[in-house]
Design a protein around this ligand. Structure first.
Ligand code: COA
Length: 169
């Protein structure tokens, strides 16, 4: 398995995240067949992520690149937005592993490296249609908190999907 490392993204690497987001949103757009989001613009690009700048201006926001054997393999964005509306310390806002590197343990190693060293109450919200990610995050959460993971099934104005909550440290 590749050696997985994390690297904080400074604002000077904003373009790298913007580019990776094209692939990320394209993956999601497959699940948005009945929604207006995810259309390509005339320039052949997907819409940009309008909250990206928050990762360099707002407190409790962190942007990390994921590397596999030093190669760019994805990103993790951490913030403190609560999909459940319940209190928390941290949330995974966005998380992406490039297709080239999937199913090789890169996502799991990266997720453990992001969450493990940040003690507090974590929340992971996963969209209802994102079945692969539900399997992935349940497994990660179980590794971090075992039986103590609380799983909410939400279908309300805040979120449609599962929300995993657990304490680290
Ligand atoms: C979800 C995602 C991050 C997983 O990354 P990954 O590097 O492929 O995950 P790993 O190889 O570390 O997987 C660890 C385990 O999670 C589970 N898992 C991962 N992807 C899965 C999938 N598509 N279907 C079912 N289980 C999956 C498996 O148990 C896997 O172990 P195994 O390969 O030995 O069976 C990646 O598929 C991705 O970026 N998807 C698109 C964006 C996305 O959905 N992000 C999450 C937003 S909440």
């Amino acid at each position: 398995m590749a050696e997985v490392t994390l690297e904080p993204v400074g604002r000077e690497r904003r373009l790298t995240l913007t580019n990776l987001f094209q692939f990320y949103v394209h993956d999601f757009s497959e699940q948005w067949f009945d929604r207006p989001e995810g259309e390509l613009g005339e320039d052949g690009r997907l819409q940009e992520y309008d909250l990206l700048d928050n990762y360099w201006t707002e407190p409790r926001h962190e942007a990390l690149l994921i590397r596999a054997d030093g190669r760019l393999a994805g990103f993790a964005l951490v913030n403190a937005y609560s999909h459940s509306g319940l209190p928390l310390d941290y949330a995974i806002a966005e998380f992406f592993v490039a297709r080239k590197h999937r199913r090789d343990g890169v996502g799991q190693a990266a997720a453990l490296a992001v969450i493990g060293p940040r003690p507090g109450l974590w929340e992971l919200a996963v969209a209802r249609r994102n079945i692969g990610a539900q399997h992935f995050w349940r497994r990660v959460a179980a590794q971090l908190a075992g039986e103590a993971v609380e799983e909410l099934d939400q279908n309300d104005e805040r979120w449609n999907g599962i929300t995993l909550r657990f304490r680290v440290g």
